[in-house]
Design a protein around this ligand. Structure first.
Ligand code: NDP
Ligand code: MG
Length: 384
């Protein structure tokens, strides 16, 4: 029986994590849960899973239901303390945004194994996180949950001592894959939220439409797998069956496949190195008409270029890119800007701020803060 704490339990990844805990009550005991503002859902989850600790990070409600007295509520803004204090073997970091960075580091310092869905944490503070998450006694202390990175991680296990020459990061292409540049520029939030293959939280769905999700994943892959940016290639694969691949020196390629359902990579992180039933059957290959691949179009999806640019700038440039994208995605979700302006806000912020120092958590969070101020200035300029 492993004890698990779920940060961001009311979100898409958080709820699917709890579904797997419910499917395997003999394997997992939930010891802490957090949400930002979804109080009613958090209360329901607490009733069902009976964690010792909980937190509503965005602010406490006026009262806590009496039947939840067994659970200790931490005050708002204490995600980091929940991560450190909870009695857990594994910490599922499923909050959205850079808010996960401090908590991830605090949880690791307190000896927890990190199951990392939250990509913004690695994008902003990759070197700090990887330093904190070195293997202990040959065992990993960080397991990726993002489907592409879980796929690459699984391929690397099969690779044994061989290092990959290239990482082939697949992308669905999102809802605008076949749209013209002009139509993408003018797309609004309702159009972006219609993702063809994955059902996810709203921020990552917007990121998938702008392709900033793949830009973040390029940076995520660089840190997780210690490869050079030139070794990472994005490949558009609309069916989302091949979750990613690695290519070797001799021309051989390993891929990990499955239907697009996050419960598989979530559960694999939770049960590693074993595999148990996730509720998701393997793909029915005979029923799949075809698997297709195409190169991403840098003209229609310029976000990808920014990931390589930020990586080559070094310092806290990736934290700047991430923060500007969080601001722009939020503005897009509130219908303040169109899709084309998301890119302009991020590119403008990265150009203006450049690559501040990144040698400590404080320095990274300061770069994040400055980038948000600048991104908000750009937002005012481009707002429709
Ligand atoms: P959701 O928006 O569905 O859920 C986010 C969770 O974090 C909710 O529990 C939310 O609480 C909480 N939260 C929101 N803001 C804050 C904050 N400032 N501080 C602390 N907690 C907060 O997101 P997803 O589950 O889709 O994504 C979570 C992370 O996993 C993201 O980084 C995403 O990129 C990554 N990911 C997601 C995938 C998916 O399929 N969904 C796939 C791969 C990666 P509340 O409900 O109260 O708002
Ligand atoms: Mg992904």
């Amino acid at each position: 029986m492993r004890k698990i704490a779920v940060l961001g339990s009311t979100g898409s990844i958080g709820r699917q994590t709890l579904d797997e805990c419910e499917r395997h009550p003999d394997l997992f005991q939930v010891t802490a849960l957090t949400a930002n503002s979804s109080a009613e859902l958090l209360f329901e989850q607490i009733r069902k899973f009976r964690p010792e600790i909980a937190c509503l990070t965005g602010g406490m409600p006026e009262s806590i239901p009496e039947d939840l007295a067994f659970c200790r509520f931490y005050p708002a803004d204490q995600l980091e303390n929940v991560a450190a204090d909870c009695d857990a073997d594994d910490l599922m970091v499923a909050v959205v945004g850079v808010a996960g960075l401090r908590a991830t580091l605090a949880g690791r310092r307190a000896g927890k194994r990190i199951l990392l869905a939250n990509k913004e944490t690695l994008v902003a503070g990759g070197h700090l996180v990887m330093d904190a998450c070195r293997d202990v006694d040959g065992q990993p202390t960080l397991i990726p949950v993002d489907s592409e990175h879980s796929a690459i991680w699984q391929c690397l296990q099969a690779a044994g001592p061989n290092r990959p020459k290239k990482i082939l990061l697949t992308a669905s292409g999102g809802p605008f894959r076949t749209w013209s540049k002009e139509a993408i520029e003018n797309a609004d939030c309702a159009q972006a939220l219609r993702h063809p293959t994955w059902n996810m939280g709203s921020k990552i769905t917007v990121d998938s439409a702008s392709m900033f999700n793949k830009a973040l994943e390029i940076i995520e892959a660089k840190w997780l797998f210690n490869v050079e940016p030139e070794q990472i290639k994005v490949l558009v694969h609309p069916q989302s069956i091949v979750h990613s691949m690695i290519a070797f020196e001799d021309g051989a390629v390993l891929a990990q496949l499955g239907v697009p359902d996050m419960r598989v990579p979530i559960l694999y992180a939770m049960t590693y190195p074993e595999r148990v039933w996730s509720g998701v059957p393997a793909p029915d290959f005979a029923a799949l008409s075809s698997l297709t691949f195409e190169a991403p179009d840098p003209e229609r999806f310029p976000a990808l270029r920014l990931a390589y640019q930020a990586l080559s700038m070094g310092g806290a440039a990736c934290a700047v890119l991430n923060a500007a994208n969080e601001v722009a995605a939020q503005a897009f979700l509130s219908d303040r800007i169109r899709m084309g302006q998301v890119y302009r806000v991020v590119a403008g912020t990265l150009d203006r701020i450049g690559a501040p120092e990144a040698d400590s958590l404080e320095a990274i969070l300061e770069a994040d803060r400055l980038a948000r101020i600048t991104a908000n200035e750009f937002l005012k300029q481009v707002e429709t």
